[in-house]
Design a protein around this ligand. Sequence first.
Ligand code: SF4
Length: 348
Amino acid sequence: VVRIKRNILAMQRSELEHFLETLGEQKYRAAQIIDWVYKKRVFDFVAMSNLPQRLIRRLDADACIQVPVVLQRQSARQTAKYLFALEDGNTIESVLMQYSYGNAVCVSTQVGCGMGCLFCASAVGGRKRDLLAWEIIAQVLLIQKDLDVQGQRVSHVTIMGTGEPLDNYDAVVCAIRLFGEYLGIGQRRITVSTCGLVPQIERLQSEQLAVTLSISLHATDNALRDRLMPVNRRYPVEQVVAAGRQYGKVTGRRVSYEYIMLKGLNDRPEHARKLAALLSGSLCHVNLIAWNVIPGRPFAPSDRSTIERFSAVLSKMGIPVTIRREMGGEIQAACGQLRRGQAEVETE
Ligand code: SF4
């Protein structure tokens, strides 16, 4: 008979407490184990020195701590891109960005993505499955374990890797809460992105979370956005911006709007004026992003001078704007690109 060991990481605190009770142990042992795993980054029961030997033996027999496997770690300057293998063989990616203000980790929320954005490599194979809350947190846990060696901490989490976070709503909201509880990363340091799922944005604003919402807008007219982001056919620009405006009003949190600059398509001064008019009077911030080229797509990144002109128009019209540093371009840190690289290697 093959004995299936329970993965401690996959259990919520209450499940772990219940599991320990079935082993004849006290509930408080759960807190000790969680502390070892998440705060001390120890994944071996034998090293958990405040657990009694009999419990360690039981845990060794009936449970395991199975973290995703680091398949690849590519670094370039202040960026490190990780490729992890999950238990079922699927791969996901995360990116560590080391800024002057701290270390931010960008996590994935799904294997692949079903949203089909034309400029995005994650969309190519479609959505394979949602990640579980613990698989989202494990990405940060493992990167934090690497940073421990440098005496550094993950200070920020951006939930904007592969996948549409609000399409995996429950796991993402659960992960947001656990980032604070398990890893001490407060909600004010967490950003959740969406391609504009209006009902979920409305739901999120009532969760009493202090996270920043980041809306991928990329175009202000529906014809172009329909083409770039098929989700726009369900929730057009005006509805998305109205939901963002409301989110800012209800939560008091500034909403950031992501805008990938695509040469000749959405980067002219009149586009900037339209964007400013749409966002006017709302609690917002615009991030202008130079596109990381994906070979074979019918786009080119805008020139630096065009991006600067666009930014100046927004500023003049009172919209706070930042031109994003192009971190990670050289290691293809745009979402989905490393995972695809791996998939191509596997199928060769
Ligand atoms: S940009 Fe985001 S929502 Fe769109 S396909 Fe890529 S991962 Fe999915």
